[in-house]
Design a protein around this ligand. Sequence first.
Ligand code: PDD
Length: 280
Amino acid sequence: RTVYVNGEYLPETEAKVSIFDRGFLMGDAVYEVTSVLDGKLLDYAGHEARLARSLAELDMRNPLSAAELLEVHRELVTRNEIGNGLVYLQISRGSAGDRNFLYPDESVPGTAVLFTQSVPDLAMPPAAERGIKVIAFDDLRWGRRDIKTVQLLWPSMAKMAAKKAGCDDAFFVKDGVVTEGSASNAYIVKGNRIITRPLSNDILHGITRASLLVYAAEAQFEIEERAFTIEEAQAADEAFITGASTFVMPVIEVDGKPVGAGKPGKVARRLREIYVEAAR
Ligand code: PDD
C-alpha cells in the first residue's frame, strides 16, 4: 500500500514520523475519515470543512493547502485502486524535538499523514443486514468532543467493553441521556419522526449526520433535535447510528433490551438506501 507522509508518497513500510511528534506523545492531532464508494469520495466538502474547524479550535495550522489535500486523497485512491473503502487523514502539531507541554513555535511544521483502507463490502456489510447491539457506557471523554482529535482511548475502552458483553458498540450516556455512539451519532425513530441530539460541544458534528438530516427532511421524515435516554431508545420503534464508515447502521438491541421487533427497521433501511444513493 502507498501512503502519504509530509509531501511524499511512500510504501507503508518506509513511511516515518518522529518519536517526538506531539500526535504520538500527547494526542495533539486531529483526523478525518472519508468514505470511498465506487472510487468516489463521499461528503468530501463536509470533511474538509470540519478539519479546518478542528484545526482552528486548536490553533493548529494545516501543512497542506485545500487543493493539495484533495489531490492527496484522490492520488491515494487511484494509486491503491480503492473501489470501496476509506481515506484516513491525520494532522498533528509536529514537534520541535524533546517533550514539552507548550506548543512549539508556529514555524515548526505540522505532520500530515494519509492512508487508505480497502473495505469491499462498504455499501452493504453483514452488520447493516443484521443490525448491531449496543451497551450503555458512561461518557467520560473530555468536554470538547466537537473537535475530532485522536484521543480515542475511551471510545476504544467502550468498544472493548461492548465486545466483552457480546455486543458491537456503545451508546455513551452523560447526565442521564445519550450523547452519541463510540464513533458515530445516535438516533431513535418513533413513527415518522427521527430524534437525535442537537449539536454542541458534547458530540462530534457528524458529516453523515448533517447530510442525512437534509435527505431525511426531503423524504418527508420529521426531525426532532433533542436528547433521549437509554429507556426511550429501548422503547422506540427503531434506533440507528451514522458515521462516515458505517453510513446508517440499524441498532437492534440497547443495553440488553430489543428495540422494536429486535431486527433492522424499515426507516433505518430506507435512510441507508437514501444516503448511499445520494452520496454516490
Ligand atoms: N468516527 N461521533 C464520533 C465520536 C465519531 O468518532 C464519529 C466518526 C462520528 C460520525 O461522524 P461522521 O459522520 O462525520 O463520520 C460521530 C470516525 C468514522 C472514526 O473515528 O472512524
